[in-house]
Design a protein around this ligand. Structure first.
Ligand SMILES: [Zn+2]
Length: 418
């Protein structure tokens, strides 16, 4: 029976969310905001105090640490737990005041600093699972920052557990906290060699028991249309306007399918994200998404064909189609190492939960890490209504996430044979 200290975890989480660590998509510095390092420094100090080894933080705001192995077995792979210190730019993270609602009754919670912010069971069905238990919200003016300080707190509390329970056997475990995940740069300056782990887990997911081992595969596509230019006063039967062709291409896209607004679950889509141009030349940029690489290729083919048949109606106009790879479904990597997700599922079950396998209609740091050589599914922490003033989290879910980490450490040790 693994008993995670509930009071300590609650206190730890509430303390971390009060540190403003919002990242900034407009910034070109790294980390994108200096204040993210405020939390990194706190984590650095606490990890040292707990007695972890190789504790370090750097100018980019990453924190690395080692829980040393305490097993005699020699071939236990080094595993790593990862979460991000920054909070989303979508909603203020300044002066977060976490509120602990003990024994949540199921009644509406009016957030005190803005009475229009009301957390209702009717809108957030998952609250039902936390009646009679403790939940934490912000106070109305800010997000809570459970995304991803719950992951940070859970990893820290699990580290504390490993350090104070030497009878729990495990191999070498690495910890890494990253900045700037919310602006897509969390892995930009990560030192994979220094990290030195074979397999990893991000703690950055929702409902208790959920595990995400699949993300979108993503490409960009640009359709560049060349018109025929002439002086507009003398352009009769000569001028072909690229901007108008771009409009016609967009008009030719299907109306009831194949777009973000008409797809869900495992369906892919193409999505125009920008249009730039002058009469002579216009560029329409798309994002293309699917769960398989072959699906992506089919979307490109279809888009190219639709655009090509439109452009063919304009004499003298030409088109280029350019595609760029953005990221790939982590499942393609994880399937080569099936034990990584299987052990996570087993750890979740040992914590008394049912495993919910989920696919992310987006990318994660885990998908990038997987392709950087660290197969890395994502595990729940309990975070809900993320990136909003109504963000909340149940303390019991964080406890279960910490328990899952401890079980994972033990499972990797058990499965090693020498
Ligand atoms: Zn996150």
């Amino acid at each position: 029976m693994i008993e995670i200290n509930k009071e300590a975890l609650t206190e730890r989480f509430m303390r971390y969310v009060m540190v403003d660590t919002q990242s900034d998509p407009e910034s070109n510095s790294f980390p994108t905001t200096e204040k993210q390092k405020d939390l990194s420094r706190i984590l650095f100090e606490e990890l040292k105090q707990m007695g972890l080894q190789d504790v370090e933080t750097n100018e980019f705001g990453y924190v690395y640490a080692t829980i040393p192995a305490n097993s005699d077995k020699k071939n236990i792979p080094v595993i790593c737990f990862c979460s991000h210190v920054d909070t989303a730019p979508d909603c203020s993270g300044t002066n977060v005041k976490p509120l602990l609602h003990k024994n949540y009754t199921g009644a509406d919670i009016v957030l005190p600093d803005d009475a229009t912010q009301v957390l209702r069971k009717a809108d957030s069905a998952y609250l039902e699972n936390h009646i009679g238990a403790d939940i934490i919200t912000a106070s109305g003016n800010t997000l809570l920052g459970a995304d991803d300080k719950s992951g940070v707190a859970v990893i820290m509390q699990a580290a504390q557990y490993f350090m104070s329970n030497p009878s729990v056997k495990h191999g070498k475990i690495r910890i890494v906290f990253t900045p700037d995940e919310e602006v897509g740069k969390g892995t930009a300056k990560i030192d994979m060699k220094k990290l030195g782990a074979e397999f990893g887990y991000t703690l950055d997911g929702g409902e208790a028991g959920s595990m995400e081992d699949e993300t979108f595969s993503a490409d960009g596509a640009s359709i560049i249309i060349h018109g025929v230019i002439a002086h507009p006063g003398y352009a009769k039967d000569k001028l072909v306007n690229a901007i108008k062709i771009a409009g016609a291409v967009l008009e030719a896209l299907p109306k009831n399918e194949w777009s973000p607004e008409t797809t869900e679950k495992r369906q892919g889509f193409v999505h125009p994200v920008s249009i730039n141009g002058i009469a002579e030349k216009a560029t329409v940029s798309f994002i293309v998404r699917d769960f398989t690489t072959s699906g992506l290729a089919a979307h490109h083919e279809r888009l190219k064909k639709i655009a090509g048949s439109v452009v063919a109606n304009y004499k003298g106009a030409t088109m280029e189609y350019v595609q760029q790879e953005q990221y790939r479904n982590m499942k393609e990597v994880l399937d080569q190492h099936p034990q990584v997700a299987a052990y996570a599922a087993e750890a979740i079950e040992r914590s008394g939960l049912k495993v919910k396998n989920e696919s992310i209609r987006g990318g994660t740091d885990g998908s990038r890490l997987s392709y950087m050589g660290l197969p890395c599914p994502n595990i729940f922490t309990g975070m809900q209504n993320i990136h909003s003033k109504l963000e909340w989290i149940g303390v019991n879910d964080m406890l279960k996430a910490a328990e899952t980490i401890v079980h994972l450490g033990m499972i990797w040790e058990e499965k090693a044979n020498i």
